[in-house]
Design a protein around this ligand. Structure first.
Ligand SMILES: Cc1cc2nc3c(=O)[nH]c(=O)nc-3n(C[C@H](O)[C@H](O)[C@H](O)COP(=O)(O)O)c2cc1C
Length: 329
């Protein structure tokens, strides 16, 4: 049965939902979101103050990050025993609105409640992974998690595809625009206040022990950040591309929800992930990631997955008082 009346979350329920939403991954840890609680549920908006990046994918990445926050909010509502419905519709006069998450009177989805368990322990893991392969049945669960949210996780299990992706990642690293590099360096350098991603989350500097760089993205390459050390990385992690059927703002929110669903599912199965999105940040290289095949979708994230050798600490988040705009008890 579906309720018709408004559902008001009390202040502690609002904080529970906002804390889960804010634990989502976000591009460069920008946390480009605000959460407004209403009598119907919550509204997620982009926070333009935090969204100014020179990459070609900036608008995509901001919506994608907000989509991941929306998914976490859904799991937190399910934990409260509440079902929710997401609308991603442009609203005239409200250009920052990304999505509405309305509480309904339906029974909550137990799968979302179960996934809430992993919200606090999910991390972007930039440490080396163990060389074991992920079993096919676990990869199938991750594929299914993305599918349930309307996206596709394309596993790069064929040798030509895998090699093509490695080439794109390396080319993106070599040809990175100076303004993009400078922006990243400014976000990650110590001495400019709190860096967006602390040393403990950057992982060690990848050591070149193979003819080519390992397919891990060193976010702070060349910055000489103290305390990182260096390490050999696994030569062949599982690589996958998260794709959507279309490439528009609504699809970016879909991709964010799918990303978070599969990351929480992965965390529950002991699988760690980091990202190698460099080729997606350059409009010239993005088509290479779509594999050059018409039946592939629009690439939104490049994932590296495996079994962790270390668990990074939780990366910092803005105080909730900065991101929760209205709390109506
Ligand atoms: C759209 C998007 C793009 C990202 N791109 C990368 C990337 O290319 N490389 C990387 O190591 N992390 C990437 N991240 C991960 C963020 O840096 C990470 O979520 C953030 O620092 C917060 O850390 P946490 O995920 O451990 O909470 C990306 C995250 C999002 C949502």
């Amino acid at each position: 049965m579906q309720s018709t009346g408004p559902t008001t979350l009390n202040a502690s329920e609002q904080l529970h939902v906002a804390a889960a939403a804010a634990a989502a991954p976000s591009v460069f840890n920008t946390q480009p979101w605000t959460f407004t609680f209403t009598g119907r549920g919550l509204e997620v908006r982009t926070d333009p103050d935090d969204a100014s990046m020179p990459t070609a994918s900036a608008a995509r990445d901001v919506r994608l990050s907000c989509g991941a926050a929306v998914f976490n909010a859904r799991t937190a509502l399910a934990r409260l025993g509440l079902a929710s419905r997401v609308s991603v519709l442009p609203v005239a006069g409200d250009p920052l609105l990304v999505a509405r998450v309305d509480v309904t009177g339906d029974a909550p989805d137990p799968a979302l409640d179960e996934l809430y368990r992993w919200v606090g322990s999910r991390r972007t893991n930039r440490y080396p992974f163990r060389p074991e392969r992920i079993p096919a049945e676990v990869l199938a669960l991750l594929h299914d998690a993305a599918r349930r949210e309307g996206a596709t996780l394309r596993l790069l299990d064929g040798e030509p595809e895998y090699q093509r992706m490695l080439t794109s990642i390396r080319r993106a690293t070599w040809t990175e625009d100076e303004s993009v590099r400078d922006d990243r360096d400014a976000r990650l350098s110590p001495g400019t206040g709190q860096p967006a991603i602390p040393a403990g989350n950057l992982g060690p500097v990848p050591r070149r022990e193979f003819p080519d760089d390992p397919p891990v993205r060193d976010m702070a390459e060349g910055l000489g950040i103290p305390g990182r050390g260096s390490a050999a990385f696994e030569p062949r992690p599982e690589l996958a591309v998260l794709e959507t059927a279309h490439d528009d703002p609504r699809s970016w929110v879909t991709a964010g929800q799918a990303l978070q669903r599969l990351l929480l599912e992965a965390t529950g199965h002991g699988i760690a992930a980091s990202f190698a999105n460099q080729p997606l940040e350059d409009d010239g290289l993005r088509p290479e990631v779509s594999g050059g095949a018409a039946h592939y979708g629009c690439p939104q994230m490049v994932l590296r997955m495996g079994y962790a050798t270390a668990q990074p600490p939780a990366s910092p988040r803005r105080p909730l008082s900065e991101v929760v705009r209205t709390v109506r008890g």
